[in-house]
Design a protein around this ligand. Structure first.
Ligand code: CP
Ligand code: NVA
Length: 309
């Protein structure tokens, strides 16, 4: 591997809880500075360039990274189609692009491709989602919960739905920061077994995986859901709509928590499947704050991973 300038952001638990807190603090600091439109002197990335590589669709990730980096003074390059891994090997793209740019944000299908990119890049690789995880999203979610509830540690987050990339990032976060995490999913849609074991073995947080949508949501401070069929699984959508019938987040489910519960969704949301219109449009829903915080959390991640460059 080439000498790396800065740090990759590939998995949440590649960092200590102090480092994660530092990213959130930097993100909130940047959020404050960017809100003051009169003071445009905060340009830590002046003279820096970021390349963004996508092999899957995106609205939030693409727009929030581009906007955040530009607001902080940097330039952003989004190649139309470089056919990564097809026209030439991923490791060659890593070596070429990291000669031009100071940081690379990548949203790739296969997690192993992201790891290959990181192994051969001399600049930080920021994970913008793979089929395995979505760490930037969960950093934004923690920021949002802290803002809404005044704290994060010790709260009970109940994820209802498919045990997917979002869940794997929650599980990895749980090895660093203590909270309660329950994944409520239909049989056969449990999260990655090795990651559940990693989270349980860490012993930092209380981890429950259950198929019971009645008991599972009780006492939740946050109910979180995501699409039933992720990108790359859309041909399974019809089957999943049947398998997930009892796992819709609706008014009745929100009431079963017995608490004042926040509703969260990483978006895009498919209504009325994993969530009803009534819930996502309710006062309990913080999905737009969550989406906004993608930019602020990522600014913090970039500032942390590119510190001293
Ligand atoms: N939540 C999220 O990552 O959205 P996009 O897929 O639109 O980037
Ligand atoms: N699980 C979803 C998240 C989208 C942000 C997907 O991978 O499509």
């Amino acid at each position: 591997s080439p000498p790396l300038k800065g740090k990759h952001f590939l998995h949440i638990d590649d960092f200590s809880s102090e480092e994660l807190q530092n990213m959130l603090d930097l993100g909130l600091m940047a959020k404050g500075k960017l809100a003051q439109k009169l003071d445009t002197s905060f340009k830590p990335f002046l003279g820096y360039t970021m390349c963004m590589i996508f092999t899957k669709p995106s609205a939030r990730t693409r727009i929030s990274f581009e906007t955040g980096f530009k607001l902080m003074g940097g330039e952003v390059i989004i190649p139309d189609s470089i056919s990564i891994g097809k026209r030439e090997p991923t490791k060659d793209i890593a070596r070429v692009v990291s000669r031009y740019n100071d940081v690379i944000m990548a949203r790739l299908n296969g997690h192993e491709d992201l790891l290959e990119l990181a192994e051969h890049s001399r600049v930080p690789i920021i994970n913008g989602l793979t089929d395995y995880n979505h760490p930037c999203q969960i950093m934004a979610d923690v920021m949002t919960i802290m803002e809404k509830k005044g704290k994060f540690e010790g709260l009970k987050v109940v994820y209802v739905g498919d045990g997917n990339n979002i869940v794997n990032s929650w599980l990895r976060l749980s090895t660093r920061i203590p909270f309660e995490f329950t994944c409520v999913c239909p049989p056969g849609y449990e999260p990655h077994q090795g990651t559940v074991e990693l989270a349980q073995a860490a012993g930092k947080s209380k981890i429950i995986v259950t198929n019971d949508p009645q008991e599972g949501v009780k006492g939740a401070d946050v109910i979180y859901t995501d699409v039933w069929a992720s990108m790359g699984q859309k041909d399974e959508a019809d089957k999943r709509k049947k398998d997930f019938t009892d796992y819709q987040v609706n008014k009745e489910m929100m009431a079963r928590t017995g608490k004042d519960t926040l509703f969260m969704h990483c978006l895009p949301a498919e209504r009325p499947w994993e969530v009803t219109d009534e819930v996502i449009e309710s006062d309990a829903s913080v999905v737009w704050d969550q989406a906004e915080n993608r930019m602020h959390a990522q600014n913090g991640i970039l500032l942390h991973c590119m510190e001293h460059l």
